[in-house]
Design a protein around this ligand. Structure first.
Ligand code: PLP
Length: 402
């Protein structure tokens, strides 16, 4: 059932996600170790020349080189695929390696992409500075507007690409609607699911084709390593992405894969507890500032859609203070417990000012279009006692004169 050549997926597929998070993709070596082994090796040896020839000919399975496969990396891929309910998964060196590979492995000169404009800054950078150089155009739309997706379709549109919830305004995209529209036009849908993970939201259940991740965020969850992941059909992952990835090399280090494997064992616990904490902190902040953007609060315009798509609302939300950058900085500088940091998904609570950090390079006009003002602060709520977080914010608001 569990040995060094992989696990019996007919058994692991039957398990519920919390079980898969701890058990799926555990390959045991002949030593019978309990914890997943860390295979820090770049190459492999073979008992005969025929064995390696058969592997290179694709006639036998087995390791060849760690740019192609590695047992620790393969364990992580199996575990993420099981949790996602996907046929297959490949992991990458970072979230951006995942996004870049997912796009580049299937787009050609002359193709067109429709992108939800509330996208991670580097995803927008790829569209504007990489894909455009190869004759791949895109249209950035307000992903919340169902009709905007249809209006943006061109005869050469190949991909719909979006995040939901999206950074930092927490925009929600109606996945069922967008997936149906894409299917009717032969368009591939890619969702960046980093803010939620499969524990909170499973895009494939809404008809999405490909789910891409920064595993750096909630999956590791403890701010240790960078990693990325892409899930999809067996035919697409193994037929389209895998040859691209093994030849271009954006692969995940076995060490980082091992850290994420261990992170996944507690993902269900962390994602739900951090979501609970974020709701408590969000409810407190709502009474104190001009505006709160938290999909879990009834005041959020797309609360019902978020509730339909998500099991819980995640650790991240944003809020807006009156007084622009000066007041936002005053709040950040007055925090004693919550760290100023632009990372998210960490078990430590982190706060950042998107306009001067994560969304600095898009300029004032780009930010205005996305609704990112100078008074906005994004909060990642961690595993601390939420009462301590509330007291920290309360004190910081008071010190900033709010
Ligand atoms: C962080 C992040 C990325 C990029 O991931 P890295 O692991 O930092 O490369 C992409 N998309 C979203 C939504 C993110 O939060």
């Amino acid at each position: 059932m569990k040995n060094s050549t992989g696990t019996d997926r007919t058994i692991t597929a039957k398990w519920r996600p919390a079980t898969q998070a701890v058990r799926a993709g555990t390959w045991r070596s002949e030593q019978g170790e309990t914890s997943e082994a860390l295979f820090l090796t770049s190459g492999y040896t073979y008992d005969s020349a025929e064995t390696v020839a058969a592997r290179f000919a694709g006639e036998a399975t087995g390791m060849q080189y760690s740019r192609f496969q590695n047992p620790t990396v393969a364990m992580l891929e199996e575990r993420i695929a099981a949790m996602e309910g996907a046929e297959a998964c490949k992991v990458q060196a970072s979230g951006m390696a995942a996004m870049t590979s997912a796009l580049l492995c299937m787009l050609s000169a002359g193709d067109h992409v429709v992108m939800g404009r509330a996208a991670f800054g580097s995803c927008r950078w790829i569209m504007n500075n990489v894909l455009n150089r190869f004759g791949i155009t895109h249209t950035a739309i307000d992903g919340r507007d169902n009709d905007a997706w249809e209006r943006a379709i061109q005869p050469n549109t190949k991909v719909f690409f979006f995040e939901t919830p999206a950074n930092p305004t927490m925009d929600i995209v109606d996945m069922e609607h967008v997936a149906k529209l894409a299917q009717a036009h032969g368009i591939t849908t890619i969702v960046d699911n980093a803010f939620a993970t499969s524990v909170l939201q499973r895009p494939l259940e809404f008809g999405i084709d490909i789910v891409a991740y920064s595993a750096t965020k909630l999956m590791d969850g403890q701010g240790r390593v960078l990693a990325g992941a892409i899930c999809g059909s067996d035919a697409w992952i193994n037929g389209v992405l895998s040859p691209f990835q093994r030849n271009t090399g954006p692969i995940c280090s076995p060490f980082n894969a091992w850290v994420v494997l261990k992170g996944l064992e507690t993902l269900d616990l962390r994602a739900h507890r951090q979501s609970e904490n974020a709701l408590k902190v969000g409810a407190f902040v709502e009474g104190r500032v001009a505006q709160v953007l938290h999909p879990g609060l009834p005041s959020f315009a797309q609360h019902n859609l978020a509730a339909k798509q998500m099991d819980a609302f995640g650790p991240i939300f944003s809020f807006v203070v009156d007084g622009g950058r000066e007041k936002a900085f005053a709040v950040l500088n007055a925090l004693e417990l919550i760290d100023i940091s632009n990372n998210i998904g960490d078990s430590k609570s982190l706060a950042c000012h998107p306009a001067s950090t994560t969304h600095n390079n898009m300029g004032p006009e780009g930010r205005a279009e996305m609704g990112i003002g100078e008074g906005m602060i994004r909060l990642n709520v961690g595993l601390e006692d939420p009462q301590d977080l509330i007291e920290d914010l309360d004190r910081a608001f008071a010190k900033a004169g709010l």
